[in-house]
Ligand binder design. Structure first.
Ligand code: NCD
Ligand code: ZN
Length: 346
């Protein structure tokens, strides 16, 4: 059995870092293991312009612990008022790496998202011209559509029409959660890829709802049936360059998770890499971990793999991770994978 595994330093291709006190609390947890991350723009108010992305990037850099080697890759929050010229300028100046599409109302802080997709056609065409990827929150918010069906319906009603209307647009289907999503991406040609989170490799909907409601397992897109989880696991360990890690680590104060109307998001930054090592080992695919965490995403975004390495060590005894971290006066619960972890980062 492998006892040590050295991989290129990983990239987290979907991360929520928040701002202010929460940013200062969670950023070291990502910077410890990850060399780069695609940083989501759903602040309140959202990061919409190139100037706002540059200012947010400066706040992230200022919050980094001394000596940390971590590059935030910024995104813009697409709105119906987004100016194609501003997007192109921010891309040319190296300020942004992608644009994020949230259908209005689909998830946390998505009220400024897109309602009428024809209104963003100009931006999408400009992005296709300059090769700037679109990251998509692949769920609609139509109240008529069952929450467990929203990803599959979104593919048919929104994603596929957008890709047909704007050929050449590079698209990342973020945090894919269904077999339909996996199949769409696997057969979708060169221009599409998907991120897979750590928690969606672990959770099915029973974990959220059976035997009591577990708010720390509630995230969006919501975890689906076991068959879908198995499809995600198969895709993650397949070695296909279309699938790569985006943790969607999404910290919220415990006070707001453990609430009558608890908010969505799992905080996985501290233990994402040890959990993945355990999952890939269980699937007999440790040799494919590096592709998933450190190569496929970089290749899709046209980035070189990170120069540095990360060494994982497997102990005989399970290792423990803190159950929560402090963020000022708040606490944030770390995702519990419900299984012993033997891998840790050396
Ligand atoms: C994210 C958040 O909290 O910002 N929540 C989540 O459940 N994933 C938003 C998102 O990515 O949908
Ligand atoms: Zn997210």
């Amino acid at each position: 059995m492998t006892e040590r595994l050295t991989i290129r330093r990983p990239d987290d291709m979907h991360l929520h870092l928040r701002d202010g006190e929460m940013l200062r609390a969670v950023l070291p947890e990502s910077a410890r293991h990850f060399a780069r991350a695609i940083v989501m723009p759903n602040l309140v108010p959202p990061v919409v312009t190139g100037a706002q992305a540059a200012a947010y990037r400066a706040r992230i850099r200022a919050a980094l612990p001394a000596g940390a080697d971590f590059t935030p890759l910024m995104t813009l929050y697409l709105t119906e008022a987004t100016d194609p010229a501003d997007v192109a300028r921010a891309a040319a100046e190296g300020i942004v790496t992608a644009v994020k599409l949230y259908p209005a109302g689909a998830t946390t802080n998505s009220a400024s998202g897109v309602r009428d997709f024809d209104r963003v056609r100009g931006v999408l065409e400009r992005m296709a011209e300059i090769g700037l990827p679109l990251c998509v929150h692949g769920e609609g918010s139509d109240p008529e559509v069952d929450i467990f069906d929203r990803e599959a319906v979104f593919i048919d009603r929104v994603l596929d029409p957008i890709r047909r209307a704007v050929p050449g647009l590079r698209v990342v289907m973020e945090h894919v959660t269904t077999k339909e999503g996996v199949d769409y991406v696997a057969t979708g040609g060169e221009g599409i890829a998907a991120t897979i989170t750590v928690h969606h490799l672990i959770l099915n909907r029973n974990h959220i709802l059976a035997g009591g409601i577990r708010p720390h397992y509630y995230c969006l897109p919501v975890a689906k049936r076991e068959a879908h989880r198995l499809a995600l696991r198969a895709a993650a360990v397949s070695g296909s360059p279309r699938f790569f890690l985006g943790t969607d680590s999404a910290p919220h104060p415990d006070r707001l998770k453990e609430h009558a109307c608890g908010c969505a998001g799992c905080f996985t930054a501290p233990n994402a890499i040890p959990i993945l090592a355990e999952v890939f080992e269980a699937e007999g695919a440790l040799g494919r971990l590096e592709g998933f965490t450190s190569r496929h995403g970089a290749a899709f975004y046209g980035l070189a793999p990170n120069a540095g390495t990360l060494t994982l060590v497997r102990g005989q005894e399970p290792v423990t991770c803190p159950a929560r971290i402090a963020a000022g006066a708040e606490t944030v619960t770390v995702f519990d994978p419900m299984m012993p972890l033997h891998w840790s980062v050396a």
